[in-house]
Design a protein around this ligand. Sequence first.
Ligand SMILES: Nc1ncnc2c1ncn2[C@@H]1O[C@H](COP(=O)(O)OP(=O)(O)OP(=O)(O)O)[C@@H](O)[C@H]1O
Ligand SMILES: [Mg+2]
Length: 320
Amino acid sequence: MVAGSAARVSTGLGGLFERPGVRVEVRDLVKIYRRGSLEVQALRGVSVSFEPATITAVMGPSGSGKTTLLNMIGGVDRPTGGSVDFGGVRVDGLSDAELDVHRLLNVGFIFQSINLVPSLTALENVELPMILAGRPRGERRARAERLLEAVGLGGRARHYPEELSGGEQQRVAIAVALANDPPVILADEPTAELDYEAARGVVDLLAGLAREAGKTVIVTTHDPRVAVRTDRIVRLEDGRIVGEYSPLELGGALQPGAKAGHEALAELVRARIAALEREIEAVEERARRGELGLREAARLIVALEEEVKALKGVLASLGG
Ligand SMILES: Nc1ncnc2c1ncn2[C@@H]1O[C@H](COP(=O)(O)OP(=O)(O)OP(=O)(O)O)[C@@H](O)[C@H]1O
Ligand SMILES: [Mg+2]
């Protein structure tokens, strides 16, 4: 499944992207929202870096500051304090006009509520950012077509958003975000409204952009099954970074003394359970194809299921 999706991405990526990712370095970032006399500290001194060719998941409870962090990096809003270095350029030091250009050319945004223009076809939606960037008509049409092919929607270019499934709409939105070949992709809960199959397709597409096109990809998510498909998980709580995990090392978080709050741990456990369940599926598939003897498959599945059962016990003890 993973390999299949990656292959589908890579066939469309050749020559589409010329601008590799850049390093994004956030230092002591503070964001205070003021409404009347009320103050909300959305970010309380966040320091973290995001590397090119890497997809990072930012996880954390609702209100922990995930969207705010993306908005500071993307130049949607200005920090109250601290700095955002974007490939050597200080985003927090840009003028309003420069920020407009930054958002148009350097950052591809993808949102939870898919924001396509309903009166434009998929193709026209993808062309729009290139029109704003002043690209010639012929060039932008050809590129829009190729981008739609790259996200697996070559046959849907003339469809309007309402004629597409949620997963397909989100793929169009990714093509829109990629129109001007931005080095950095910021995806804010892009899979929240999708079922798991569609969500997996979207996250694998985003992962392909990092791993194959070298983009810097940051994705916020509540779904551990999405997070485990990334290269790195950063955990935010109440405006602070409270942990960083490798999806491959989730088991390590279960060791006594691991620095994780209960909810952080529960999320990691859920993620590990999801990974194990995928492994079980993979074993079953190999057995079906005759690549694995039935007895060996049964042995593996029993072992994996025991681990799942044990982890579910851990989850129950954590109140999850
Ligand atoms: N424009 C705003 N004005 C005032 N407060 C805001 C504004 N935007 C966000 N906040 C507050 O800042 C905090 C962080 O919000 P943010 O949207 O970054 O959280 P989040 O982690 O993205 O949450 P969710 O998972 O629900 O999307 C919250 O307490 C929120 O209410
Ligand atoms: Mg949010």
